[in-house]
Design a protein around this ligand. Structure first.
Ligand SMILES: Cc1cc2nc3c(=O)[nH]c(=O)nc-3n(C[C@H](O)[C@H](O)[C@H](O)COP(=O)(O)OP(=O)(O)OC[C@H]3O[C@@H](n4cnc5c(N)ncnc54)[C@H](O)[C@@H]3O)c2cc1C
Length: 401
């Protein structure tokens, strides 16, 4: 699958941070991680922490799937608001996922410290504002629900939003604590480099072609003609997993993003803020550590990469017009524009765990708008599953739920 188009900002500014060899000999390991995006890098890190002999493969360069395109806003709120998620999956799964999201964001922060990351992890607040008067009622309901379950949120009216953040044409919104942003592309490389120094084996340009399932291990065949005997395989194959799994469990979407040239000073009141609105599909805005404003959205159902990419100019113009409407005082000059494919699930929760067609294997598929947060939750969950323990969110994220 062609996952992205044009020049995603992160891959351009960072370049190829590290080049790994392709696989040229047969290997044995405890855990074979397939996919070297942000998910595979986090999961490989966890496996190394837990003391497993781990190998990671990617068919592309490292982090050249969706991880190169992501806008990497780290939030605990799922695409589905809490007051809609509770009736859908129950209080345990809904509130539990939101709480686990906060822990996950903190975990990324502590991981960034631990590995001395230069990927610009920054703690922020998140503002979700009503883009139309008709949305105020449900957004206030969401605010009440979040407050009821103890989440740190504040309701701001339109004047307060304009005053504090200079945003115009809003109808009030929820300001929440515990958000962050990062350069996920750089962070994926940093995690791998950190772990390579303590024994992780990484191979790029090496595709998993076929797996032979045995009683208590798997033999993986690669496109480089080599074999890896692994006790367990963990598939961190992102949206391309939709091509491996027979049932239809996710909807593929295209999303568009643009990023400004650097601002001379700073990005003013937007500096420590993530913004999203109540439009359908929603818009999302953040700043970067190097003083740029990034805006994304204008999602469409994904049909094919050609159709997705043909819309890029039109989508860029729409995103710029939208930004001018809500931030009239900012002069936005586009530096990069790109499109990426992502996937949504019906309940906005990820798929993490075993699948009946893949023995001795697990999937970590952080689908939805806050996929990276889900991938971090996946670290703890996979770690528990490998120890034979049950994770409290396991049943909410399983296939066939
Ligand atoms: C434009 C855009 C904006 C986004 N914004 C946000 C956001 O603000 N916050 C957020 O949390 N999430 C966001 N997301 C989602 C986020 O990007 C994804 O959750 C994340 O990038 C997924 O990472 P991954 O490692 O699972 O997938 P990928 O980065 O796609 O990595 C999967 C890897 O698996 C490899 N692979 C696949 N099959 C094989 C095989 N057979 N053999 C070997 N290797 C294989 C691929 O080459 C690929 O490198 C956004 C996505 C897009 C496209």
């Amino acid at each position: 699958m062609d996952l992205l188009s044009n020049r995603p900002f992160w891959a351009e500014v960072n370049g190829i941070v590290e080049s790994y060899p392709s696989l040229k000999k047969d290997l044995e390991c405890d855990i074979l991680v397939i996919g070297g995006g942000i998910t595979g890098s986090l999961i490989a890190h966890q496996c190394m922490e837990d003391g497993y002999k781990t190998v990671l493969l990617d068919r592309r360069e490292i982090a050249h799937g969706s991880t190169a395109a992501t806008t990497a806003m780290l939030q605990y709120e799922t695409d589905k608001p809490l007051h809609e998620l509770i009736p859908l999956v129950g209080e345990g799964g809904a509130v539990g996922s939101f709480r686990a999201g906060i822990k996950a964001i903190e975990r990324i922060g502590s991981l960034a410290d631990e590995i001395d990351s230069k990927a610009g992890f920054e703690k922020k607040k998140a503002l979700r504002f009503a883009a139309a008067r008709k949305d105020v009622r449900w957004l206030q309901k969401e605010y009440e629900t979040l407050k009821k379950y103890g989440f740190q949120v504040e309701w701001l009216n339109a004047e307060e939003i304009a005053d504090r953040f200079h945003l115009q044409k809003t109808f009030g919104g929820i300001l929440s604590e515990h958000a962050a942003s990062i350069d996920a592309y750089r962070f994926a490389y940093e995690l791998l480099n950190f772990n390579v120094k303590r024994g992780l084996r990484v191979y790029d340009k090496t595709e998993l072609k076929k797996v032979h399932y045995r009683d208590n291990h798997n033999i993986a065949e690669t496109t480089t003609g080599k074999r890896i005997a692994a006790k367990r395989i963990i598939y961190c194959t992102g949206y391309e997993a939709t091509e491996m799994i027979k049932e239809n469990f996710a909807t593929l979407m295209s999303t568009y993003a643009i990023i400004s040239e650097r601002f001379v000073d700073d990005c003013g009141p937007l500096e420590k803020l993530l913004i999203w609105d109540t439009s359908e599909p929603y818009h999302y805005i953040r700043t970067t550590a190097d003083r740029r404003i990034l805006i994304g959205g204008e999602d469409e159902r994904f049909k094919n990469a050609y159709k997705r990419d043909r819309l890029l100019d039109k989508k860029e113009n729409r995103l710029r017009r939208y930004l001018k409407k809500i931030l009239p005082e900012d002069d936005f000059y586009t530096d990069f524009a790109w499109a990426g494919t992502f996937a949504e699930t019906n309940d906005s929760l990820p798929y993490i765990g075993r699948h009946r067609d893949f023995d001795n294997s697990y999937f970590v598929l952080g689908y939805g708008g806050n996929g990276i947060t889900f991938s971090v939750i996946g670290m703890e969950m996979i770690s528990a599953m490998l120890r034979g323990e049950t994770h409290p969110l396991e049943s909410y994220y399983r296939f066939g739920r």
